[in-house]
Design a binder for this molecule. Structure first.
Ligand code: IPD
Length: 304
């Protein structure tokens, strides 16, 4: 049996007084409150859209799906943030797909995935998240992941812990990989070499052996599951910065660690991540991963 790794208990009511002593920090708390309200509103749009027929379009491949709801939700979030915080920058999944740059600068930047788990949404598979991360000086200040079909609001503010519907989260304290559940995804690349490596890593991890391998179909919710302590780790190669920005802070504020798939510090633009309850589990997973490097999110677009 596993138990939860203890983290310093934090009361969401205390976040303002504990970390927001300066005017600037107060502003981030305002921004976070706004992000929570927007994620909730976006979740309503997603739930309503599930009642209707969903028109499905494709992006980088025939299995990289997008719907009008993804676009509508992203516009809703960006427009509202622009009105309230006109100087802030954005990285949004659908804006980048439409040709906007994907550069993480020192500016206050909202990193938005309007629907993380678009394939789930299309099929009404019941894990769909609105993910909003916020970074300043390239450091995540807050993360909000709203699992809108479960009505679970995951929040994390740097230095103030992680919560689900206001209840503090703690990662599991299980350090034996053989007693662990690991989550991962197959992603939307069907490049034979990448698929081969994904299966090779999966085979190695499964045969350690671990208790099980799972996947919710959304990177953001997989990371929140690590933070909640119901799984020990999540890893994936091929995700994007908007899939993991918010979730990465939820994991670290719940006492977990983030690592690159070859070890060392995670780079949110590298499209590779291991999120685990501990360094021990993260490093054990790294040993089994057959790594590769998809084109970075901030890579220059190919010349026309
Ligand atoms: C996808 C999901 C999926 C992961 C993909 C992501 P999207 O995000 O997080 O679980 O395997 O790599 O791109 O496209 O649904 O926002």
């Amino acid at each position: 049996m596993r138990s939860r790794r203890p983290v310093e208990a934090a009361n969401p009511q205390q976040t303002v007084s504990r970390s927001c002593s300066s005017k600037m920090a107060d502003l981030w708390q305002n921004a976070m409150d706004h992000a929570v309200a927007l994620a909730r509103r976006a979740g309503e749009v997603v739930r309503e859209a599930l009642q209707d027929d969903r028109k499905v379009m494709t992006k980088s491949s025939s299995v990289d799906l997008v719907t009008q709801t993804d676009q509508k939700v992203e516009q809703l979030i960006i427009q509202s943030v622009k009105e309230k915080f006109p100087t802030h920058s954005f990285i949004g999944e659908e804006s980048v797909a439409a040709g906007e740059p994907c550069d993480l600068t020192n500016a206050p930047t909202w990193i938005i995935d309007p629907i993380d788990g678009t394939t789930n949404f299309v099929h009404a598979f019941p894990f769909v998240a609105v993910s909003i991360g916020f970074s300043v000086n390239k450091q995540m200040e807050f993360g909000v992941v709203y699992s809108c079909l479960e009505d679970k609001m995951y929040t994390a503010r740097r230095g103030n812990g992680a919560f689900c519907n206001g209840v503090p989260l703690q990662v599991s304290d299980q350090e034996d990989i053989k007693q662990s559940i690991i989550t991962t995804e197959f992603g939307s690349s069907r490049d034979p070499e990448a698929v081969e490596k994904i299966f090779s890593s999966l085979r190695s991890i499964l045969c350690i052996p671990v208790h099980g391998v799972r996947g919710a179909g959304t990177a953001a919710i997989n990371m929140c599951h690590v933070a909640s302590g119901c799984v020990e780790a999540y890893y994936e190669i091929g995700i994007h910065v908007w899939d993991i920005a918010a979730g990465s802070l939820v994991v670290s504020e719940a006492g977990g660690v983030l690592m690159d798939v070859e070890g060392g510090a995670v780079d949110l633009m590298s499209r590779r991540v291991v999120a685990a309850n501990s360094k021990t589990i993260a490093e054990r997973i790294v040993k089994e991963i057959d790594s590769f490097s998809p084109p970075r999110d901030d890579a220059a677009p190919p010349p026309v």
